[in-house]
Structure formats: structure tokens, C-alpha cells
Design a protein around this ligand. Structure first.
Ligand code: F6P
Length: 550
């Protein structure tokens, strides 16, 4: 459907949103005794409570009708079938095939690659794969960025409890030399395996960091032939990887139909498999597959990813300035917000539809967040009393076992309390009454009260994943992947390309050259005066530093 046809439908929803905006959340609860169960949906072991969102049965019907009108069912079926759903790159977005269980439905290349990853991971973990000089591998360094970094790092931290303590996994993404220099200090080259992960094998940061790591391995005396024991590659461009020295036996492929930010389940997950072992990695895939089945088969109104997408879509209509806050009340999920930033904002930060026509509605909200309860002692102030209301997604996990200090109760109670405080707030009259009850003189109580008022009526979502395990993590991440795709289809955009990251990359090339020229004392030109001034300033400072250091 093109924007011209979509526009009146969205205008109708905008009009409904304008009316709904005026209805307090408390009223929605007062008007509907069954609200909590009506807006609680379950799937693949996850429980999602949307009752604190500003949505009522009428809005939900309108949103579901809109999803039907934009042919959500067909879009979903096309993606799951492996059709070309990424028209600007002419590609499929078939990441769901990566988690198809073994059997006739599982693509052969996926099965073959998983089998190779498994053999390799077992050999490294058991110590039969050693460094050139026979030392057991104790450290793995994954060099990659964006989708070749954020998913594996998030998963390795989330599943730390399942990792082998004898095998540490590190991540090197930033081209800032400080990142590698700091990491290098903690590594012994004889015991280190470097995985270079890059779908395109053309990413500057990864190529430069690979050079630095190779130089370090060589400088330690590891021979050219022996490098194969210390170096693996994961890529969809095997020819380029082979040309840069990755041997066939440690080259793990994936395919152009796996988008970078959807690639955790492919060989990009190798560091995760090394960290937790093949069986738990398969459980991660199984959890994702369970969510795929839920997404594929469940009615729209009970479909977790679609309901999340409809709510996010609705929130953009209710308040175009609102952002999306992710607050995991589960410390191991501390990197979930960063992971979701790439997933949601790189996928859906678009301004034209799939045919290239300009949109006149908002797309991806800014995604941000941090774990609770830490975040309560920082930006939650603004969430409660700031001038803007930002819907919060509370992500809860059950503890694996009871804590002697019962801290899990404090953690979970705080999550519930934050959602409650955001919704109920505290009025001026309530604050004054509370101050008077504490014995504060009336004049002072009235003076202080305004600062303690919480406006409330701020929406939130609560999601429970059960215990954090490879299976529940797989289901959680797959849920967000499908939410992201569903949201794109509601907006009419392509979630699977990312042209917006290209321009800056292209501009960096000539600027790097100019900086080097200025550093060497040459004259430089630049495409704009501010860039020119910065090249002069930074190039001059680097040159001065070079002179000082002789
Ligand atoms: O620059 C953005 C991006 O293209 C992401 O989409 C991708 O995940 C990342 O770079 C890394 O790309 P590659 O895996 O090809 O090195």
C-alpha cells in the first residue's frame, strides 16, 4: 500500500488518538474490570502486560483493522517463507530459517554451518584445539561492530551464568586504539583465538582492528602457518576473508539473506557458542523458534510481537515526541537497550516508504534505557516529573534461585512500584496531606508540595520472561525482531536496509586523508568550513604530539 492510500487510514487513527489522549489511564481501568487480563498476552514462555498503555478495546479494534488493511498477514508470511522482502537490496530477510529445528525444513547450509561451529566450539572448549605452541585457548576476542558485535556481546553477558569460566570472551568493536591497547594487556597471544566477524568484510573498524591483532600475534612469534590456530572468520563474503588470510577450516559462512542486526543466530553467534557451549546455543535457537511459531500462528490480538508493534505505533500517534525506554530489571540484560537501539533504530529510522515516497508520519522512536534499579537513581526523575512522558518497557526475569537476602523481592517490587508511580502519580492535595501528616507546618507544606507532585498518567509495559536462560533469551530477542518488522509494515517502510549509515562512512575516507596530510604539515581542503577548522585543529594537535614524542 502506498502512502496515498495509507494516509487516510492513518489520519483516522490520528483522530482516534487525539480523543484517547484525553482519557486518563485510571479511567481506562475504572471502565473495564477485565482490563488487565484483556491486555495481557502470552507466548513462547513470555508474559506481556499492556494494560498500562493508553489503549482501550475500541482503539485495539481500530489498530487491528489497520494491520489487516496493510496486509500484515501477507507481509509476515512472505518474510517467513523467505521471499524477497528487502526490495532496496533485493534480498530475503530469512533469519527465522537459522533457528529452524534440525529436519527437512532446516536449510542444508544452515545445518552444515551449525555442525562445523559445534565441532570447532567443542574442540576449543575441550582443549583439543590449541594455539600454535600447544597452549589451551583461554581467551576469545571477537572483532566486529554493529550487528557483528552487539548481539553476541549482549547474549554473552546475559548468559554469563552458563559460560565456561576457563574461556573468556572479549569484544573489540571500536576503532579507537585505546580499546585494543587496553584489551591486549589482559591477553596471552599463545592462548588467544581471534574471531573476525563481518558480514561484508569491508567494514573499516573491523579491518583496522584485525590488522592490529594480527600484528600482535605475529610479533609474539606465531608463524604464518600457525596463525590458522589463532584466527577464525565469520562472513557472508568468504572470498574477501580468504584473501585476507583466513584459512578454510576456520572460515564460518553466513549469507546475504541474514541482515547484520538479525544475525545472532548465524555463525555470528560463534563467540556465544564458544562461551556457553553448543547445547545451550541450540536452546537459544529453540527459544527463538518458539517465538517464530507463536508469531506465525497466533491470532493478531494475542500475538505478542504484533501487539508490541501496535502499541509502539499507537504511542507515536498519541505523542509524536515520545521515546521508547527499555528498563531491564535483570542485571545480566544490561546491554539489551544498546542491542535494541540498533535493532529498532537502524531498522526503522526511515523517512520514505518502500517505493521511496516521503512519509508524513513519524517512524522509529528513539530507543534508550538502562537497567533498573540503577536507572531509578538517574534518569527516572525525568520520567516521573519531566515535561515529556516517555513510555517505559519494564523487562522482568525470575531469579534462578532464592537469594539469602531476598534481594529479588526488592528488585521485582521496585519494577512494579515504578510502573505504578508512573501511572498513579501523586497529586498536589495528596502531597500536602502527606506532609501535614508528617507534622510539616501548613504554610511550608503548601510551599513544598508543587516540587513533589508527580503528574502520573504515564504509560508503561511490563514483560516477564521467566528465568533468564538461553531459551527465554532466544524468545525475547526473536520477539523484538518480529516487533520491529511488524512496526515497519505498519509504517510502510523497509526494516531491512540501512542506507543512512553510508554517507558518513563515505565522507570519513577523504577526511582521514586530509587529517594525515595536515599532520604531515601539508595544506588541506574540506567540503565545509567547520570540518576544515576541525581538520586543521586536530591535525595540528596530532603533529605537535608527534614532534614532542620525537
Ligand atoms: O554500519 C552499519 C552496519 O552496516 C550494520 O548494519 C552492520 O551490522 C555493521 O555495519 C557491521 O557490518 P559488517 O558485519 O559487514 O562488518
Amino acid at each position: 500500500m502506498n502512502p496515498t492510500d495509507r494516509r487516510p487510514l492513518i489520519a483516522g487513527l490520528q483522530a482516534l488518538a487525539a480523543k484517547t489522549r484525553a482519557v486518563p489511564l485510571r479511567t481506562l481501568f475504572a471502565d473495564d474490570a477485565g482490563r488487565v487480563s484483556r491486555f495481557t498476552v502470552e507466548g513462547a514462555g513470555l508474559t506481556l502486560d499492556l494494560s498500562r498503555q493508553r489503549i482501550d478495546p475500541g482503539c485495539l479494534s481500530a489498530l487491528l483493522a489497520y494491520a489487516a488493511a496493510v496486509r500484515f498477514d501477507d507481509r509476515r508470511a512472505a518474510m517467513l517463507r523467505g521471499d524477497i522482502v528487502n526490495p532496496t537490496e533485493g534480498r530475503r530477510a530469512w533469519h527465522t530459517a537459522l533457528r529452524t529445528p534440525p529436519g527437512p525444513q532446516q536449510p542444508e547450509e544452515v545445518a552444515a554451518c551449525l555442525a562445523r561451529m559445534t565441532r570447532f566450539a567443542l574442540a576449543v572448549r575441550e582443549g583439543s584445539w590449541t594455539g600454535e605452541r600447544g597452549q589451551r585457548i583461554t581467551d576469545v576476542v571477537n572483532i566486529g561492530i554493529g550487528g557483528s558485535h552487539l548481539g553476541p556481546q549482549m547474549a554473552c553477558e546475559a548468559l554469563e551464568r552458563f559460560t565456561d569460566p576457563g574461556l573468556r570472551v572479549h569484544f573489540l568493536s571500536n576503532v579507537d586504539p585505546a580499546a585494543w591497547l587496553n584489551l591486549r594487556e589482559r591477553l596471552d597471544p599463545d592462548r588467544t583465538l581471534v574471531i573476525v566477524a563481518s558480514k561484508s568484510w569491508k567494514t573499516l573498524e573491523t579491518a583496522r582492528n584485525m590488522e592490529a591483532a594480527l600484528q600482535w600475534l605475529r610479533a609474539s612469534g606465531i608463524t604464518e602457518a600457525g596463525l590458522a590456530q589463532h584466527l577464525a572468520g565469520v562472513t557472508a563474503a568468504p572470498d574477501l576473508a580468504a584473501a585476507s588470510g583466513i584459512g578454510e577450516s576456520t572460515l564460518f559462512p553466513f549469507w546475504d539473506w541474514v541482515g547484520g542486526r538479525y544475525s545472532l543466530w548465524s555463525a555470528i553467534g560463534l563467540p556465544v557458542m564458544l562461551a556457553i557451549g553448543p547445547d545451550p546455543f541450540n536452546a537459544l535457537l529453540a527459544g527463538a523458534h518458539a517465538m517464530d511459531s507463536h508469531f506465525a500462528q497466533t491470532d493478531a490480538a494475542r500475538n505478542l510481537p504484533l501487539m508490541l508493534a501496535l502499541t509502539a505505533f499507537w504511542n507515536r500517534l498519541l505523542d509524536p515526541g515520545a521515546t521508547e525506554v527499555i528498563a531491564p530489571y535483570c542485571d545480566p540484560l544490561r546491554r539489551l537497550p544498546a542491542y535494541l537501539q540498533q535493532l529498532q533504530m537502524e531498522s526503522n529510522g526511515k523517512s520514505v516508504d518502500e517505493q521511496g515516497q516521503a512519509l508524513d508520519w513519524k517512524t522509529a522512536a528513539v530507543t534508550w534505557g538502562a537497567p533498573g534499579t540503577d536507572a531509578q537513581h538517574s534518569f527516572f526523575q525525568a520520567l516521573h516529573q519531566g515535561t515529556d512522558a516517555h513510555p517505559v518497557e519494564f523487562v522482568l526475569a525470575l531469579p534462578e534461585r532464592a537469594d539469602p537476602q531476598r534481594r529479588e523481592e526488592a528488585l521485582l517490587a521496585n519494577a512494579i512500584a515504578q510502573a505504578q508511580a508512573l501511572m498513579l502519580g501523586r497529586s498536589y492535595a495528596q502531597v500536602v496531606a502527606a506532609l501535614l501528616a508528617q507534622g510539616v507546618p501548613a504554610a511550608q507544606a503548601e510551599r513544598d508540595a508543587a516540587h513533589r507532585v508527580h503528574p502520573g498518567d504515564r504509560p508503561s509495559t511490563t514483560l516477564l520472561i521467566g528465568p533468564l536462560t538461553p531459551h527465554s533469551l532466544g524468545a525475547l530477542i526473536a520477539m523484538y525482531e518480529h516487533k520491529t518488522a511488524a512496526l515497519a509494515w505498519l509504517w510502510g517502510i523497509n526494516p531491512f536496509d540501512q542506507w543512512g549509515v553510508e554517507l558518513g562512512k563515505q565522507m570519513a575516507g577523504p577526511i582521514e586523508l586530509a587529517l594525515a596530510q595536515r599532520r604531515a604539515g601539508g595544506a588541506v581542503t574540506a567540503d565545509d568550513p567547520a570540518s576544515h577548522a576541525w581538520i586543521e585543529r586536530l591535525g595540528g594537535l596530532l603533529a605537535a604530539q608527534d614532534n614532542r614524542q620525537g
